[in-house]
Write a new protein. Structure first.
Length: 399
DNA sequence: AGGTATTCACATGAAACTATTCTCTGAGTTAGG
DNA sequence: TAACTCAGAGAATAGTTTCATGTGAATACCTGT
């Protein structure tokens, strides 16, 4: 009965959203604000591809949420359309190297490329050279210019080294018909510094930096999006300003700002409000953070959760604790749960990863005569801690 | 007092190992002609 | 004889272990005053 009336209400109530897709990260707007210069630059560099000449390899740097991916995708799209219209054999390919199990290893990257050409290769079992030669053959069948965009390329080289990049640049000299042009996108500004010199010189012929947006620009971007995403007049005054301020505070991450606005909208709608108010935004910020963390915890292996659990166990007693203490508690937990005990070496790595995820705060300090260690503290709120604890207890079957 | 050498408790790196998943190959087996 | 089955060899990958080396500053130990 109650449920029924709830659904009735839900149907009758007007949504405050006009088109929620506009606020998703997959959305590519028609105009990209404040990026005219960069777009033009990228276009200039890639344009020769339309005459089936090989464009210079391009590297794009910039922090997260500065419109790198968006701009490149935009250009690829229009480039592809023009090429199609004029029957230019141009093949734009976009790959995100960070996606787990898609393009995060040499093998998978190449096999993904082969898939783009419409052939399927097994996900494992073949030697890497094999898929390289399949790729070569496929590529050289007919004259094409391939524009290969590797997003988050820094993650790729961090994980498996820069050999692939070398191989990819070498492909050109082996092919008769086709050309391949690399476009790398990196969050890390000093990415190319720890690259093999051979790779670096042949790779970064052109470089482009996307500066962060400032607060006013983010406001404008948010206004533009919210015009399309929400019905008119539903966003209360000051919400957009505050939303922009939130993300301009660290480095002007537009994606985060848009995310925040969307979640605020969802919260407002769920609470039955016809307006998006500042308090919804505050809730949204909390929710975005906790969701991110909970998601991260869920996706980690068991041992990982075990280490985190030991930290959660110590945390009520102390504010700061060291690797050694955590390891002791962790060993006890392993005994209880009949898990095999990992070495301290590994636990040390796991702690570093937890730090990266922002779940803990780890600082390496030297206590002089008494050694060198990580000084760890939890960097999440009480309510989140409890939630995580429950999740882990469930997944590790701790009573 | 001031300077240097030690020393602790890990951090960090590289390589090698393990278990799992998957392919390919070729020998052995089966069913149909 | 062609089709099928199935074990064994070889790969890729994630998660670890092993071994080796690095490291920052509080202390211990000198030294000369």
């Amino acid at each position: 009965m109650q449920i029924e009336s709830f659904f009735e209400n839900f149907l009758n109530k007007e949504s405050i959203f006009l088109d929620k897709n506009v606020l998703l990260s997959s959305y590519i707007p028609e105009d990209i604000l404040y990026r005219e210069e960069q777009l033009q630059e990228v276009a200039n560099i890639l344009a020769p591809a339309l005459r089936t000449e090989k464009p210079s390899t391009l590297f794009i740097y910039g922090k997260t949420g500065t419109g790198k991916t968006l701009s490149v995708k935009h250009i690829l799209k229009s480039l592809g359309e023009i090429a199609f219209k004029n029957k230019v054999p141009l093949k734009p390919i976009y790959l995100n190297c960070k996606l787990k199990r898609v393009a995060d290893t040499e093998y998978r990257l190449i096999s993904q490329l082969i898939k783009e050409f419409g052939q399927d290769v097994p996900s494992t079992g073949l030697p890497t050279d094999e898929i390289y030669s399949i790729f070569y053959k496929l590529l050289d069948q007919e004259k094409t210019v391939v524009l290969l965009v590797l997003d988050e390329i820094d993650q790729l080289t961090k994980k498996i080294g820069d050999e692939i990049l070398y191989n990819l640049t070498r492909i050109n000299s082996e092919l008769k018909n086709s050309q391949i042009c690399l476009i790398g996108i990196s969050n890390n500004l000093i990415f190319s510094e720890n690259l093999d010199p051979r790779v670096r010189s042949s790779l970064s012929e052109e470089e482009l930096i996307f500066p962060p947006y400032n607060a006013i620009q983010i406001q404008e971007i948010l206004r533009e999006r919210s015009k399309k995403a929400f019905k008119s007049e539903v966003v209360e005054l000051g919400v957009i300003e505050k939303c922009a301020a939130y993300s301009a505070r660290d480095h002007g991450d537009a994606r985060r700002a848009i995310d925040l606005l969307r979640v605020a909208g969802e919260i407002a709608e769920r609470s039955g409000s016809s307006l998006i108010k500042i308090e919804h935004l505050d809730d949204a910020e909390k929710k975005v953070e906790t969701d991110k963390i909970i998601n991260a915890v869920n996706n980690q292996p068991k041992q990982f959760q075990g280490v985190l659990y030991s930290i959660l166990l110590i945390s009520p007693q102390k504010k700061m604790f060291y690797t050694g203490e955590i390891y002791e508690v962790y060993k006890n937990i392993c005994k209880q749960t009949k898990f095999n005990i990992l070495t301290q070496r590994r636990v040390s790595d796991i702690l570093a990863e937890l730090d990266m995820l922002g779940i803990i705060n780890a600082k390496i300090i030297s206590k002089g005569r008494y050694g060198r260690t990580r000084e760890v503290s939890l960097s999440i709120e009480e309510s989140v801690i409890i939630k995580i604890k429950e999740i882990i207890e469930k997944s590790l079957h701790i009573s």
